[in-house]
Design a protein around this ligand. Structure first.
Ligand code: NAI
Ligand code: MG
Length: 367
């Protein structure tokens, strides 16, 4: 049977950008051997409107059983008044938690046609293609004890705990080394082993995984603050960066902005391999539901289309098809097509969401 995909378009521009991904999936199904069984369901505010919960149990069960989940975006002003327990983002958090998606992949890739759009110099970013692997389910955002309490001297104290186990470090390190083997075969691990116990353990365990399981991959270590500097100075020195939840949050946002617009940034969150060897996986654009432009046909669908390309590569072992999608995106950008978010001072008229999607498919068909 065909590999299965669950599509969760969500709210705001989510359904608009996902409609373009759906066209790409349908094109592959009609013209190539990349055929998928696609089902669609609700998440976020859309699910709340229908069921009174941002993620129905049936949807959660479906997500657990498919080969990959594609998600658009969740949230919007309409839902800001809701109780925290049923807020749209709780739907996404539940998916990540119950699927145990511990490796968050954030590529920072610069398409040549957009190199002048970056805040950095063209030669620093042109052709950039790096991958940040952020640990997503542990570390200081989850560690106990935590809380705000009395300090017994009349003041208060806010506490968070950075805590990592051997297993948590090793499994995300394996994700990074596996990725590196499909890319430039180089991993740089970032922590603060100079001042943090968890950093010392992080460094030792990543080194252990390297020496025992991936000696063929080049491994280096860097303090995360120096890493932040190097990312801005000369990002092309990196291939795969692996780091913890907190540092990964900061470094991936910074790296993302090396390359330009939110409308261009895909992501993947991967977990343990399933029985068929595929990792549990959820693919989504980095951006949110963009209520300011929702319903106007202005959204850039490329982040969502590139998220599907990541699914082709990391869930379905269709790297050639993923390359095809990425080259098609490169081509439409080189041809000068721009959604509104990609317009500089050039005075070009923007194309709509569906015009951009159609152009990407036309390019796929000719490449
Ligand atoms: P946002 O990413 O939705 O929008 C930030 C800015 O970027 C807006 O000006 C928007 O128009 C623009 N933008 C975003 N994606 C774009 C695209 N594909 N094409 C063109 N322009 C794009 O972040 P914001 O405004 O902070 O949040 C809006 C809602 O989205 C909130 O309810 C928030 O909670 C939710 N959100 C959801 C996320 C998710 O589903 N993973 C992630 C971030 C925010
Ligand atoms: Mg962040």
């Amino acid at each position: 049977s065909n590999p299965s995909i669950l599509i969760l378009p969500g709210d705001g521009i989510g359904p608009e950008v996902m409609a373009e991904v759906r066209k790409v999936i349908d094109w592959f199904g009609a013209n190539t051997d990349a055929k998928f069984d696609v089902s669609e369901d609700l998440v976020g505010g859309a699910a709340y409107d229908a069921h009174g919960t941002p993620l129905h149990d049936d949807t959660m069960a479906k997500a657990q059983s498919v080969d990959a989940v594609l998600l658009g975006a969740v949230g919007g002003p309409k839902y800001d008044v809701l109780d925290f327990s049923v807020k749209p983002e709780r739907g996404l958090l539940r998916l990540r938690k119950e699927m145990d998606l511990y490796a968050n992949l954030r590529p920072a890739q610069c398409f040549d046609a957009l190199a002048d759009f970056s805040s950095l110099k063209r030669d620093v970013v042109a052709g950039l293609d790096i991958m940040i692997v952020r640990e997503l389910t542990s570390g200081i955002y989850f560690g106990e004890p935590r809380g705000i309490m009395d300090d017994n001297e009349g003041g208060r104290v806010g506490i968070n705990t950075q805590r990592y186990t051997t297993d948590e470090i090793r499994r995300v390190a394996r994700s990074a080394f596996e990725l590196a083997r499909r890319r430039g075969n180089k991993v740089c691990s970032m922590e603060k082993a100079n001042v943090m116990e968890s950093g010392i353990l992080w460094r030792e365990e990543v080194q252990w995984v390297h020496d025992n399981e991936y000696p063929d991959v080049e491994l280096s270590h860097m303090y995360a603050d120096a890493g932040a500097m190097q990312l801005c100075r000369w990002p092309k020195q990196f291939d795969v960066i692996v780091t913890d939840n907190l540092f990964g949050d900061l470094l991936s946002d910074a790296a993302a902005m090396l390359t330009g617009s939110l409308g261009m940034l895909p992501s993947a969150s991967l977990g343990q391999p399933m029985e068929n060897g595929r990792p549990k996986a959820l693919y989504e654009p980095v951006h949110g539901s963009a209520p300011d432009i929702a319903g106007q046909g202005k959204a850039n669908p490329i982040a969502c289309i590139l998220s599907f390309a990541m699914a082709l590569r990391y869930s379905f072992d269709m790297g050639d098809k993923a390359d095809l999608v990425e080259r098609a995106v490169e081509k439409v950008l080189a041809d000068g097509l721009r959604t509104a978010d990609l317009l500089g001072e050039e005075g070009v008229a923007p194309v709509s969401t569906s015009e951009m999607g159609d152009a990407v498919i036309a390019a796929i068909a000719t490449l």
